[in-house]
Design a protein around this ligand. Structure first.
Ligand code: ADP
Ligand code: MG
Ligand code: MG
Length: 885
């Protein structure tokens, strides 16, 4: 049997169906579907995507049987339309439209009115009795065809048209007469010949095959290739070609063309939303040449332009019926294109409409209530990544804004505040109740307190995984990073933006972390709404998901936010963030810089009550939900002063000469701190540090149990374990302290001691480590660094290039590398469970909030994921998607 390359649709019958998108493209499949459910669709046929694939496989030649298949289908269209292609008296005109599986703006523009030439135009005149219409259609065809198929510069013909209007002393295309258009067709053709050295094709069949070839050719044009790359569309999908008989929206005042959505795509409200133009063709509505009119008055109560409901009431009623039929049939909001020819309505396209995040939620919840879809389907209708938009305040869409620079959208949200240029200043100003925006060339761990105190962060350098970006996302703070448009001068306490706009300390700016824009002044924002439809959807989400979702939170405030977003515990509480706070950092430094155990213990004794206070605050907020606390992890030099004046101050408190301190700071320098003296290696060499932390955790828990009747099971987590022996030693120390504290308080308290799996050796020996560990938390940030052997802080130089050039499909710090790092996680989970059947397994780190990584965690059977508080709803939804699909 020969392969079928062409699918017919017309007169209630279609060879294709909506499910055949892969073969017929989205447009072709839905034209077929609309035809077979009885909607008025001009007849035509679809050349399959397979032809496109074969075309490129076989050196840009068509399959043999294609010519005859096209000819046969064209005959069927002629029969239905009672017209013939190329017939001088009764010509059939067609449109040639591209259409891939996914809608692709990079593809070829549609060609309308194909089949016109100097002879057939006479037939159109004779039949329509409208010479102006006929020549207008003809000149449009010559313009589109010469541009799209022949590669003629658009502007050249557009310029001739402008000249004509000038010469005739008119402003609008609609003021030109039949004779004008006729003349223009002639001069267009001459110009084409002059520019390209070839004639405009007169033969309709040559025109048709030229257009088909242009559609397939456009699959490999630069625009399309770029679009596919950005949207992960494989090149071998190919595009289909739709050839369809023309209907005309431009034959007079009983004609029109329009586009509509079956519900409002920006709010999701259930009313018919759309625009149309009387006496217009094709893309006139979206081209902005004339102001389109609303299809009804639902929203635009006292608008001046007449609505379709008013001027074409019969067609409007019919369109409303079709709206209902389409929604019942597709069970989703549709985006439609239609044309009215002499009072008769035709459907030219339908597809599931794109929508904003709030609209996606409203439509899903409404459609469940209306009985169109069930709860599970409603959950699947909202994409986890869409929620990001929703969980932060956003700019008021109605507000005016003056954009002065654009950087990377590193962490979403919209905030305004006064500009400051240092972390200390940020903190000081914030204490005075001011809202500030921290502007830095780059940030470093020393700036954390300032980042905390600011509304948002703007950096001139660094990528999506720079320190500023990662920390800001973790805090749920708005951040625009790598903003090359600004030049920061710390000395001048100012930065220069586009067009030389100078912003000084104290000036107000607004950041939009969702699109990377920086604006002058305070642009009003609107708060996220987490009640109503959102809450309804999330309650369904929680019924269907299996994976638990915790949050990474280091403070009582973040813990509260996490719970509001539905976190079921804390998966990672980093104790070092607490060390950076103003009064504490000097005690921490004192501890690090003491030569003797005695000095360290003295400093630790100052820190203990502060840490204990933090833990009490966090346990209280979490109301008995599990909390995993990680003992000190980063290399000590991160806490050390860099500035002379800090060293001097410290030398006074410690009563040690500045020179000695400087020497000590230098001695702590490491060539590769990421792989240096950090994590459990600190706990092994300075046991007193971990002892203090364990004591703080246990005393906090015991006090709450004793005084407030809390039930808590603290989870103590030891980072960067490489060998079982390390954990054995540290667990022994910790257990001793735990037992001592519990005995002292005389309470009943269970606790767990576990570890992070973040080094390949730990994953490989997970069976041995699980002998000691009561839980594993996969630290996938470090595990990615150590598995790839790349440092995140240095990856900015090559990782973006890798991703742009397809050497890596995705940034492995954003989305878990399932084939590499993921295999270590999976193996360690299995080995851990083999040793200890009830071992608790989870992941923390950026990946816990990445939808595809969450789905992976579900598949390999982890118990929970943990992510930053603002990503908790995203992870919950992703977990539900994983369970439902
Ligand atoms: P896109 O993929 O860019 O939406 P389409 O193939 O849908 O391009 O064509 C754009 C517009 O051209 C349609 O919305 C419709 O107004 C017009 N059009 C396409 N085919 C026909 C036709 N057979 N008759 C009348 N108008 C058509
Ligand atoms: Mg379209
Ligand atoms: Mg780590």
């Amino acid at each position: 049997m020969t392969q079928k390359y062409v699918y017919f649709f017309g007169n209630g019958q279609a060879e294709g169906r909506a499910e055949m998108k892969n073969l017929l493209g989205g447009k072709g499949a839905n034209l077929a579907e609309m035809t077979s459910i009885g909607l008025p669709v001009p007849p035509g046929f679809t050349i399959t995507t397979e032809v496109c694939t074969e075309f490129y496989k076989n050196n840009q030649t068509y399959p043999e049987s294609l010519t005859s298949a096209v000819a046969e289908n064209l005959k069927m269209v002629e029969a239905l339309m009672d017209r013939r292609f190329g017939d001088p008296r009764n010509p059939l005109l067609v449109s040639v439209r591209s259409g891939a599986r996914a809608s692709m703006p990079g593809m070829m523009d549609t060609i309308l009115n194909l089949g016109l030439n100097d002879t057939t135009v006479q037939g159109i005149i004779a039949q329509s009795g409208d010479e102006r219409f006929a020549f207008d259609a003809y000149r449009r065809f010559v313009q589109m065809y010469s541009d799209v198929v022949m590669g003629m510069e658009k502007d050249i013909l557009e310029h001739l048209l402008e000249q004509k209007k000038e010469q005739r002393g008119v402003h609008l295309d609609t003021d030109l007469t039949a004779a004008d258009w006729k003349e223009l067709v002639g001069s267009f053709k001459l110009k084409i010949k002059e520019e390209l050295g070839k004639d405009f094709p007169e033969d309709p069949h040559e025109q048709l095959w030229g257009a088909i070839g242009a559609v397939f050719g456009s699959w490999m044009n630069q625009r399309a290739i770029t679009y596919r790359k950005l949207n992960n569309i494989p090149a071998d999908w190919g595009t289909a070609v739709n050839v369809q008989s023309m209907v005309f929206g431009n034959m007079g005042d009983d004609c029109a063309t329009g586009v509509a959505f079956t519900r409002d795509p920006s709010t999701g409200e259930n009313y018919f939303f759309g625009e149309f133009l009387v006496n217009a063709q094709g893309e006139d509505v979206v081209a902005g040449i004339r102001t389109p009119q609303p299809i009804n008055r639902v929203k635009d109560k006292d608008g001046k332009l007449p609505s379709m409901e008013e001027v074409l009431p019969e067609c409007y009623r019919q369109l409303v019926d079709i709206r209902g039929i389409l929604e019942k049939h597709y069970k989703d909001m549709q985006d439609i294109e239609f044309t009215i020819e002499k009072g008769k309505l035709f459907m030219l396209q339908t597809r599931n409409g794109k929508r904003t995040a709030p609209a996606a939620i409203k439509i899903a919840v409404d459609m469940e209530k209306e009985g169109l879809i069930d709860e599970k389907e409603a959950v699947l209708r909202v994409q986890p990544s869409q929620l990001d938009q929703l969980l932060h305040p956003s700019l008021d869409p109605a507000a005016e804004k003056q954009v002065i620079a654009k950087g990377l959208p590193a962490s979403p949200g919209a905030v305004s505040g006064q500009v400051v240029f240092s972390a200390d200043e940020a903190e000081a100003e914030a204490k005075l109740g001011k809202k500030v925006i921290l502007v830095r060339i780059e940030t470093s761990p020393e700036d954390i307190h300032g980042m905390h105190a600011s509304q948002g962060i703007l950096t001139a350098r660094g990528g999506m995984t720079s320190h500023a970006a990662v920390v800001a996302r973790g805090m749920g703070k708005c951040c625009v990073a790598g903003c090359g448009d600004i030049k920061v001068s710390y000395a001048g306490e100012s930065f220069v933006a586009r067009n030389g706009v100078v912003v000084k300390k104290g000036d107000t700016i607004t950041l939009d972390g969702s699109c990377g824009e920086v604006m002058l002044g305070a642009v009003p924002t609107v708060a996220p709404v987490l009640t109503g439809d959102f809450a309804q959807l999330m309650s369904w989400v929680d019924t269907y998901r299996k994976l638990k979702v915790r949050a990474n939170a280091d403070t009582p405030h973040d813990s509260r936010v996490a719970r509001q977003f539905g976190a079921e515990g804390i998966g990672l509480c980093r104790t070092e963030h607490m060390f950076f706070e103003a009064e504490r950092i000097s005690a921490v430094r004192e501890m690090i810089l003491s030569e003797e155990l005695e000095g360290r213990e003295k400093a630790l004794a100052k820190i203990l009550p502060m840490q204990k206070g933090d833990f009490i605050g966090i346990f209280r907020e979490m109301k008995g939900l599990p909390v995993t606390i990680r003992l000190l992890d980063p290399p000590l030099h991160e806490f050390l002063p860099q500035e002379e004046k800090d060293l001097e101050e410290l030398s006074k408190t410690m009563k040690v000469p500045v020179g000695t301190l400087k020497h000590k700071v230098e001695s702590l320098h490491e060539f590769n701190p990421m792989l240096g003296h950090r994590g459990c290696r600190l706990g092994i060499t300075y046991p007193e540090i971990y002892d203090m932390q364990v004591r703080a955790i246990m005393e906090a828990a015991c006090e709450l149990v004793k005084n407030e009747g809390f039930s808590i099971v603290p989870e103590i987590m030891i980072p960067l374990i490489a060998t079982a022996r390390e954990l054995q030693v540290l667990k022994q120390n910790a257990v001793a302290i735990c037992n001592e504290v519990i005995a002292r308080y005389d309470v009943r308290l269970e606790y767990l001691i576990g570890t992070m799996i973040e080094l390949p050796r730990a994953a490989l020996t997970a069976d041995e480590i699980a002998v000691e560990a009561e839980f594993f938390s996969f630290g996938t940030n470090d595990l990615t660094q150590t598995t790839f052997g790349l440092s995140r802080d240095d990856a900015g130089k090559f990782l973006p290039f890798y991703v742009d050039n397809g050497i890596l499909a995705e940034d492995p710090f954003v989305s878990l590398d399932q084939n590499g790092v993921g295999q270590l996680v999976k193996m360690a989970a299995e080995r851990g469970r083999a040793t200890r059947r009830d071992i608790k397994l989870g992941i923390c780190g950026e990946h816990g909030g990445d939808p595809s990584s969450v789905i992976f965690c579900h598949k390999i059977g982890l118990d929970y994921v943990s992510c930053s508080p603002f990503r908790v709803p995203i992870a919950r939804l992703a977990a539900a998607h994983a369970a439902l699909s």
